[in-house]
Design a binder for this molecule. Structure first.
Ligand code: ADP
Ligand code: MG
Length: 624
């Protein structure tokens, strides 16, 4: 008799592919799941090799427990796990994995090969798997541990494969994940290769040492230790001082029982600690670990396991906040008494202690560059107050910081056509000849005063130079006309692995820009630089461009070359505070008027301001 049912149970393979949609979204997810398995297996050393950003191949090798033949038989099945058995186990997860779906999902969308051996077994095993085929298992000579080789990811789901981003982007996801593992397990060794090149190989060390090795000396010098243990939880790690804060959250790492998590509430708790030390547009760097009784949290919220629920989120918030405050206080970054922000006075910010404590006249000064407390009683002499106010002033009133920040960026780095289109109403360009013979004068090493035909022009030297260099860099990049100078002696550049990842990504464009290097596996030597890079700054210019590039990457989804041109312009340009000679000033103003649009900024950051002679006449009561 025919069944009268239209509902049927999906074949396992199809169920796995559906699950794969959630578990395996991109090559990075495969790397994450496989490394989690290696860590759960107790590996002391995990090696990861990817090719073509993992699209062609992902190979994860560990020296952990290994698997028996019987385990191998079921490892690729859905809901096959050695990590939990009972409901009680599910309520107290102590491993990174527990859902038993990673290997099942991965093997439904790729070719998988697993080699494994347990310590005491006489030999190991190799498993070969291909979607919709029976697995094959053979004995094989093997070291203790497990290797998983994943090839041709999504070969059988063309839509998925097409959906993947460029190799550069996919690789960056993988390297971010590897960075998170390296930071959450500093006591284990991680070796990470992109094809034949080594990205990092970090040996067991302290968290402090690992941060130094991955992010470099500069970051290491600017972090303070966080440590707070209560009855309920343990918070430890490091926060960066204000001087290494970023415009993005890219350097914020949060781990719960060694699992990288994303949690707005806890991030906010950390940010609150920096309340008066950072602008709203800045994000502190941190690497924080929270250890908490696993029965008090639920990680089974989402297949990717980065979301967690806390039994008592408020308490976690308070303890994290307190831990950060304590660390900042101990390093003299914030005063003992909570302070209230008075009107800002850069670079020293004026802070008044709460009236209850020491009376309304007690004033604290904080160096906004370092966050350090300078002075507790006397105001700084008025001579240097405001002498070096940053370009982006604090008085901006725009409520949406990102929109505001974006505006400044775009204003400065729009292409000439875009700018012209935006300000067609005010595009009066000064004839070049006007400047040549003009008098020039520099105000406070910051503004250039130039006499013009009908009055006075005041130029912001930094922004002007930035605009000039941006246009030069764009044409160098787009027209393939680098303007380079060879160095007499090669300058070695020490890069942290994190910088090196970006460098490799940018190397080609950097060459177009005028940089020339010799690249070795572990070292980069600069042998030529664009003409505008000043002598002695070859190495720092390169590093700063890389850093700036990473910053802008998040601010504006700009085309990479555009971003590079902007980064170069920002970092190689003359700064406020740089003294300039008269010929230098003249050259700068001349170059400015040779750019396509000298008066760039329609949104409150003008490159120059004009004062009409008639205005002076009027003010002095001189009528003509
Ligand atoms: P889960 O990690 O959630 O248990 P997986 O599908 O990732 O599920 O893995 C299934 C099982 O295979 C694991 O529970 C574990 O027993 C075994 N396994 C996977 N990878 C390894 C490894 N690298 N070393 C030892 N055992 C492993
Ligand atoms: Mg797993």
């Amino acid at each position: 008799m025919m069944s009268d049912s239209i509902i049927h149970i999906l074949p396992e393979f199809l169920a796995n592919q559906i699950a794969a949609g959630e578990v395996v979204q991109r090559p990075e997810s495969v790397v994450k799941e496989l490394v989690e398995n290696a860590i759960d297996a107790g590996a002391a050393h995990v090696t990861v090799v990817v090719r073509q950003a993992g699209k062609a191949m992902i190979h994860v090798i560990d020296d952990g427990s290994g698997m028996s033949r019987d385990d191998l038989d079921v490892a690729l099945k859905r809901h096959a796990t050695s990590k939990i058995r009972t409901q009680q186990d599910l309520e107290r997860i102590v491993t990174l994995g527990f859902r038993g779906e990673a290997l099942a999902s991965i093997s439904s969308v790729a070719h998988v090969e697993i080699r494994t051996k347990r310590e005491d077994d006489p030999h190991g095993w190799v498993l070969e798997s291909e979607p919709l085929r029976d697995i094959v298992i053979r004995p094989e000579r093997q070291e203790r541990g497990t290797q998983v080789l994943v090839r041709n990811l999504f070969f059988n789901i063309p839509a998925r494969r097409k959906f993947l981003r460029s190799d550069v982007t996919e690789f960056r996801h993988i390297s971010d994940t590897m960075l998170r593992f390296a930071l959450s397990y500093p006591d284990r060794r991680f070796t990470f290769h992109d094809g034949d090149s080594l990205i990092f190989d970090v040996r067991p060390q302290t968290l402090n040492e690992r941060i130094g090795e991955l992010f470099g000396e500069n970051v290491l010098r600017s972090i303070v230790s966080v440590e707070l243990e209560t009855e309920h939880m343990h918070v430890y790690g490091f926060v960066g001082k204000p001087n290494i804060a970023r415009t993005t959250r890219a350097q914020q790492f949060l781990f719960l029982n060694h699992r990288a998590i994303a949690n707005k509430s806890i991030s906010h708790a950390v940010m609150q600690g920096f309340e008066h030390l950072l602008e709203k547009t800045q994000f502190p760097m941190y690497v924080l670990n929270i250890e908490l009784d696993p029965t008090k949290i639920d990680v089974n919220v989402h297949p990717q396991k980065t979301e967690v629920k806390f039994d008592n989120e408020r308490l976690v918030y308070d303890i994290v906040h307190e831990a950060v405050m304590k660390a900042l206080r101990a390093n003299n970054l914030i005063p003992e008494v909570r302070f209230r922000l008075d009107e800002a006075q850069d670079p020293f910010e004026r802070l008044r202690l709460g009236p209850s404590a020491n009376g309304p006249s007690d004033v604290v000064f904080v160096n906004t560059q370092t966050g350090e407390i300078i002075e507790r009683t006397q105001p700084p002499s008025s001579s240097f107050a405001r002498s070096d106010a940053p370009m982006l002033s604090r008085e901006r009133t725009s409520p949406a910081w990102s929109a505001d920040h974006r505006t400044a960026f775009e204003a400065l780095f729009y292409s000439a056509e875009e700018v012209r289109a935006r300000q067609s109403d005010q595009a009066e360009v000064m004839p070049q000849t006007e400047v040549a013979a003009a008098h020039v004068w520099q105000l406070h090493n910051k503004y250039i005063f130039v006499q013009s035909a009908d009055g006075l022009i005041v130029v912001d030297q930094h922004i002007a130079h930035e605009r000039i260099l941006y246009e030069k860099a764009r044409s160098a990049l787009n027209e393939g006309m680098p303007y380079s100078q060879k160095l007499l002696f090669p300058v070695p550049v020490t890069m942290s692995p994190v910088d090196r990842i970006t460098f490799d990504e940018l190397a080609h464009d950097l060459r177009d820009l005028g940089f020339e290097f010799d690249v070795f596996d572990q070292e980069v030597r600069v042998v030529g630089v664009p003409l505008d890079v000043r002598t002695g700054e070859e190495s720092s210019a390169l590093l700063e461009i890389i850093e700036q590039f990473n910053e802008y990457r998040h601010v504006r989804a700009a085309e990479s070359r555009d971003n590079l041109a902007a980064s170069f312009a920002c970092r190689a340009s003359i700064k406020a505070g740089d003294p300039l000679s008269a010929p230098e000033m003249r050259k700068l103003v001349e170059d400015l008027f040779k750019t396509s649009v000298p008066e760039v900024c329609p949104h409150g950051r003008p490159v120059l301001i004009r004062f009409d002679l008639k205005e002076f006449d009027r003010r002095f009561g001189r009528t003509s």
